[in-house]
Design a binder for this molecule. Structure first.
Ligand SMILES: *[C@@H]1O[C@H](CO)[C@@H](O)[C@H](O)[C@H]1NC(C)=O
Ligand SMILES: *[C@@H]1O[C@H](CO)[C@@H](O)[C@H](O)[C@H]1NC(C)=O
Length: 342
């Protein structure tokens, strides 16, 4: 069987490359159950907020295609934020129009790769972070007219420019942060209700989403490039059953194809965690024996730090029985990630 051959191959590797990785007491355990199949790995998390260069209202060709196709790019999310034009609340229709053009360009770039486009009206309003109580918000003083004029303009522009296919309307970004919404939660909820009705009345086919608290990956970040090209786009095969550690500070994603591949990382934690792997017989391993696991470490040196490619920690041999074994994960920083292959 192929997997037996793989096993033998890895054992051979193990003989020549076995390393011993120092252990530390684990703070929690994540699990991988190879006997469970959750469907194919479709890279659904492969997308980003902002990042495409603007090109008037046209798609940008500035970024070589392979940067998108390597990561099996699925979705872009934008609304013309952080360009030198205020939004609707600042400069009315003129600033809004510049932001709409940027949105249109980003939409067209996203569609070049058949990506889904999460459109951010709050950016076109001008709530790109940095909102204060002095800023106009939808529904101020119980008056929703300005918001209705704004959304009607946006919907009309979307129809005129055919921003329809693949669009999800993300109604308002990060309303739980004062910088994006500096009003009461009730006013926010009323905004959601009213804006949802307006979009559904005029563009009923488009899904809406929210609320959202996304962190943006950085296009200049070496770690992001390394992460994209090495464990996410290559995480192919059937997704295995996984759970995060009970404190939700450590999680895993696992696929079983020609190899079993597991990516693992903590959420700003340098504590050690365990990955408990079960169901080995379901992918062709015997009930007990030795298994050679290659470990890759993804380093992090701040948003602009150079870290190079993943560090290959070699193959470690685990003796196991009862169809299960445990990998102890010891991060060097709170931002270190790992991949395991066997
Ligand atoms: C900008 O868009 C034009 C089409 O309007 C296209 O020919 C050109 O390649 C694009 N340039 C960049 C850098 O995206
Ligand atoms: C409500 O807002 C609209 C648009 O900003 C404004 O024209 C109108 O005067 C406001 N209504 C009241 C009662 O203040």
């Amino acid at each position: 069987m192929k997997s037996v051959i793989v096993n033998i191959l890895l054992l051979c590797l193990a003989v020549s490359e076995a390393v011993s990785i120092p252990k530390r007491e684990a703070k929690g355990t994540a699990t991988v159950n190879l006997a469970v199949s959750n469907g194919p790995a479709n890279a659904l998390g492969s997308g980003f907020i902002y990042g495409f260069p603007d090109n008037g209202t046209s798609a940008s060709t500035a970024i070589p295609d392979h940067f998108l196709t390597d990561i099996r790019f699925q979705a872009g999310r934008a609304g013309g934020a952080q360009i030198p034009y205020g939004g609707w609340k600042d400069t009315g229709k003129s600033g809004y129009s510049a932001r709409f053009d940027s949105t249109l360009s980003n939409y067209r770039t996203t569609r070049r790769y058949d990506g889904q486009f999460l459109m951010l009206p709050h950016d076109m309003w001008g709530a790109q972070g940095g909102m204060t109580e002095a800023d106009l918000h939808p529904g101020d003083n119980g008056n929703w007219t300005e918001m209705e004029v704004f959304l009607n303009q946006l919907i009309s522009d979307m129809k005129e420019n055919n921003i329809i296919d693949g669009v999800v309307i993300d109604l308002w970004n990060e309303p739980d942060l004062g910088g994006c919404w500096s009003r009461s939660w009730d006013q926010y909820l009323e905004y959601i209700g009213r804006s949802h009705k307006i979009f559904k009345a005029q563009l009923p086919q488009l899904p809406t989403s929210g609320p959202s608290s996304a962190h943006s990956p950085h296009i200049d970040n070496e770690k992001w490039h390394a992460w994209c090209s090495y464990y996410y786009g290559y995480m192919k095969g059937e997704r295995a059953g996984t759970t995060a550690s009970s404190d939700l500070r450590f999680d895993v994603f696992a696929v079983k194809g020609d190899f079993v591949k597991i990516i693992a990382g903590g959420r700003m934690s340098s504590d050690a965690y365990d990955i408990h792997i079960t169901g080995l017989t379901s992918v062709g391993f015997p009930e007990s024996g030795d298994i050679g696991v290659r470990t890759l470490r993804f380093d992090w040196a701040g948003k602009t730090g150079e870290v190079g490619g993943p560090v290959d920690l070699g193959v470690q041999v685990y003796k196991y029985s009862n169809n299960e074994f445990t990998v102890n994960v010891v991060p060097t920083t709170g931002e270190t990630a790992f991949a395991f292959e066997f």
